[in-house]
Design a protein around this ligand. Structure first.
Ligand code: ARG
Length: 590
């Protein structure tokens, strides 16, 4: 279906044309004075210059052409030359009627040129518990992926595990001290290794921080860990086997955690998967004359003349020949291009890695790893802060584990639900608390522009009022309850059809509904899930306003009542579609 704004603009453009002016002046926008009109066009003011005519004269002519047009109930010229527009209620009802026939997309068209887009998000580090720093990447990335899919793009999510580097050497070293007899440490062993991992996830999560702390105090220990890392990276069998155990145990745990967040990935690739591509990539960079040795390290210059600040060279290999974070990111681009030929790769990563990605992207372009046809996008996000404005911490001041945060909010929500006494059954209250808590966390995050820092305010996020996830869910649940009461009224014989609005609040609701397609399209074009949030907040407000002003089920005229119900159902379906794009869902009651 055409977007409603485009339909309106078409009429106004034609009216300009028919009055002897260029069509392009008929651009229409949402009104910035909703008290006066619903849509507006300021084209006459611009046309005045070209046609050397007073703007209000032009506006008068265009308004006259629009008089009698079935789309508008008002097309008014206002000095100094605005065109104020109101939609005809029947036209609007007809538009919504079409939307509701399209049960899954509500008239939102898919992209004309579907793209293949890889999205790199999550980025957890193996053997380290997920902490809240990883929360934003997961939440934002998941939502962008879902919005992209809805728009018809092929979205491929890749978790890009941090599974390469010193942390692996540290674990291998520490485990070797604790269990030196393990077969993995026998260099001459050439038999089959056991299938069972020599540690559990809790052990692993304890081993890593212990080893990391030791390495900071003990130089020899650090040396040993670096040596182990080097040997691992150079193919030592026992160590590679340990790596795959670490990966298996860790990934199983990560999957469980992400599942609780309703986040999933198509690919579970990691930095280690890029290793096989490194030698050829480096060789080619050297052969082509891009990579050169500077202070022992191999680097590629990436500065450009127009740079306002200094962009240091991109380091490809350290002086000891070891690869680094950059190397794996570049080599990851190699396999992504080879295996998938994406039109775009989006990285959803902490914005503090902005400079780093500028270097990586420039290096990838300069050395020909990606061509002109592939876009590389860095979607940097800000920090999640506590109420003190500093990065979110536990009460004791430590790094907050994601699991702890989620259970804290689950508990908070459970208490609230119990206080409200809305759910008598304890088990249902627990389940519902989880669903609502997830909406609080995700909406609290996604409703902010991703690149900005924000304050994680549990009290505000879990509130049933205001711009929050629970408020949106509450609205959906409210509609569900009206709908089921209506069903019980046995009105099956009445035709369900959206009727022209009879009140201001009903019309406002209808106007909000009609903007669905544009809202989602826009959110994707700007990779901005917060636009979906802004849209549903407006829609939920309009619904609640309508609800408070209107007798719905006690409306006596059957057809009118059925029309209201239709409108409510459409609102609910759109709200549910939108929260699915944000990555959460609504309970039956709350
Ligand atoms: N593992 C990294 C971290 O914890 C994030 C990875 C982001 N993605 C990437 N392709 N570098 O900071």
């Amino acid at each position: 279906m055409k977007k409603i704004l485009d339909l309106i603009a078409k009429e106004v453009e034609e009216a300009f044309f028919d009055s002897g002016y260029e069509k392009s002046y008929g651009k229409v926008t949402l009104s910035n004075r909703p008290d006066l009109c619903e849509y507006q066009c300021n084209g006459a003011l611009a046309a005045a210059k070209q046609y050397k005519k007073a703007p209000f004269l032009i506006a008068d002519e265009v308004a006259a052409k629009l008089t009698g047009n079935q789309m508008f109930s008002m097309a008014e010229s206002v000095r100094p030359g605005f065109l104020n527009l109101k939609l005809d209620p029947s036209f609007l009802a007809g538009y919504l009627q079409e939307m509701r026939k399209d049960e899954e997309r509500f008239g939102c068209e898919t992209a004309k040129e579907p793209k293949k887009i890889m999205i790199d998000y999550g980025g957890p580090n193996v053997a380290k518990p997920l902490h809240i720093g990883h929360l934003r990447s997961a939440i934002i990335g998941e939502s962008i992926k879902r919005i992209g899919r809805f728009m018809g793009h092929e979205m491929i999510g890749d978790v890009h595990l941090g599974d390469w580097g010193l942390q692996m050497g540290l674990i291998i070293t520490e485990l070797g001290i604790r269990k030196p007899d393990l077969i993995y440490y026998q260099e001459d062993f050439d038999g089959e290794y056991p299938k069972e991992a020599p540690f559990t996830i809790s052990e692993l999560e304890e081993i890593y921080p212990t080893a990391s702390a030791k390495s900071k105090e003990d130089e020899a220990y650090k040396e040993a860990a670096m040596q182990a890392t080097y040997e691992l990276q150079n193919g030592r069998r026992g160590y590679q086997e340990l790596l795959s155990h670490i990966l298996n145990v860790s990934v199983t745990d990560l999957k469980k955690n992400y599942e609780n967040l309703n986040v999933s990935f198509d690919l579970w690739k990691g930095e280690s998967d890029a290793q096989p591509y490194i030698p050829d990539m480096v060789q080619k960079m050297k052969d082509d004359g891009y990579a050169y040795v500077s202070e022992g390290a191999l680097v590629v210059d990436v500065k450009e003349e127009t740079d306002a600040k200094e962009i240091p060279p991109c380091m490809i290999l350290k002086s000891d020949g070891a690869s680094l974070y950059n190397t794996t990111d570049l080599a990851t681009i190699v396999w992504r291009m080879q295996d998938y030929h994406p039109d775009e790769i989006i990285y959803v990563v902490d914005k503090r890695q902005d400079l780093y990605f500028t270097q990586v992207f420039r290096c990838a372009r300069k050395t020909g790893l990606v061509g002109k046809d592939t876009k590389l996008t860095f979607q940097g996000f800000g920090t999640m802060n506590g109420k003190d404005g500093k990065p979110f911490k536990t009460r004791e001041g430590g790094v907050m584990r994601l699991e702890s945060l989620v259970s804290e909010i689950n508990e908070e929500m459970y208490q609230k639900i119990m206080e409200n006494k809305s759910l008598p059954d304890e088990e249902e209250a627990r389940e519902t608390a989880k669903i609502v808590a997830l909406s609080a966390i995700k909406y609290g995050d996604l409703s902010n522009q991703a690149s900005k820092d924000y304050i994680f305010d549990i009290e505000r996020f879990t509130s049933f009022e205001g711009n929050t996830g629970p408020y949106i869910l509450y609205t959906i649940v409210r509609i569900k309850s009206i709908l089921s009461k209506y069903e019980a009224m046995d009105c099956k014989h009445v035709k369900e059809q959206i009727l022209p609005a009879k009140s201001e609040s009903e019309k406002s609701l209808m106007l909000e509904i009609s903007r669905f397609g544009a809202a989602v399209e826009n959110a994707f074009a700007e990779t901005a899930p917060h636009k979906v949030c802004a849209y549903i907040y407006g829609l939920a407000n309009a619904l609640n306003h309508f609800y408070h002003e209107t007798k719905i089920l006690s409306e006596e005229e059957e057809a009118v009542r059925a029309g209201y119900v239709c409108l409510l159902r459409l609102t609910k379906d759109i709200l549910e579609t939108c929260i699915d794009l944000l990555g959460f869902r609504a309970p039956e009651r709350m």
